[in-house]
Design a protein around this ligand. Structure first.
Ligand SMILES: [Zn+2]
Length: 227
């Protein structure tokens, strides 16, 4: 434990525990998560492929090109290093990346469908361009990374995307934020699938989205009120 102190390792573990506790993981508990190390060109990432096995001692440090700097990484996770690194390279404001196979969201990915704006909680969490779909490529391959990169360029405000035939990639300025984005994406997908049986979900128009955002921001500006 040299380049990442115990506090920052714990921040990543806490966000993983929060993700697992929320019930959004697929049954295998497969996932990987990373956290940019402040003030460096490196990030901390899970070295094992199941969130059931993660501990502060089996995290690894990588540089933004994806080279291993510290620790040991399982082959299964080495395959997906670039899936994290590409987000850090292209989005300097991103501090954490989370990849899961959350089942409702992954159902959309398997159906090759993006997730438009259906749910007010998306707006409240700054998911203002929906959740686009990045085209298929074997996990972590050049083809897959190019498809992720294209989506990051095409949609400059997104907080996450769906990986076709694969899963979810969520990101935010910190680890708790990335976990929250994955939760909101999963809730949206679950609600949209339920709504399909009721005639289909209603798209949030730009007018409705704008009104929801304004109301959130107006109340946020007021702060806590006391009687
Ligand atoms: Zn995966």
């Amino acid at each position: 434990m040299t380049t990442a102190d115990s506090q920052i390792r714990q921040e990543l573990i806490d966000a993983i525990n929060m993700t697992v506790a929320s019930g959004i993981m697929s049954k295998s508990n497969h996932g990987n998560m990373s956290l940019r190390l402040p003030g460096t060109d490196t990030f901390l990432m899970t070295g094992l492929s199941s969130f059931s096995l993660v501990s502060p001692d089996n995290l690894v440090v990588l540089d933004l090109e994806g080279n291993l700097v510290e620790g040991e990484i399982q082959a299964t996770n080495a395959e997906v290093i670039q899936m994290h690194a590409v987000v850090y390279r292209e989005r300097p404001e991103v501090g954490s990346v989370l990849h899961t196979h959350s089942p409702f969201a992954t159902a959309f990915a398997v159906a090759s469908r993006s997730l438009p704006l259906f749910y007010e909680a998306q707006i409240r969490n700054d998911i203002l361009e929906g959740v686009p779909l990045a085209g298929f490529g074997p996990r972590g391959s050049g083809e897959s990374i190019a498809n992720i990169s294209k989506v990051l360029h095409d949609f400059d405000q997104i907080k996450g995307l769906l990986l076709e035939n694969h899963g979810v990639l969520a990101f935010s300025n910190d680890a708790k934020g990335a976990a929250t984005i994955n939760m909101i994406i999963e809730e949206t997908a679950q609600l949209a699938l339920y709504a399909e049986g009721l005639g289909g979900p209603t798209i949030l128009t730009p007018e409705r989205a704008g009104a929801a955002l304004k109301r959130r921001d107006d109340f946020g500006a007021q702060g806590t009120q006391k009687a």
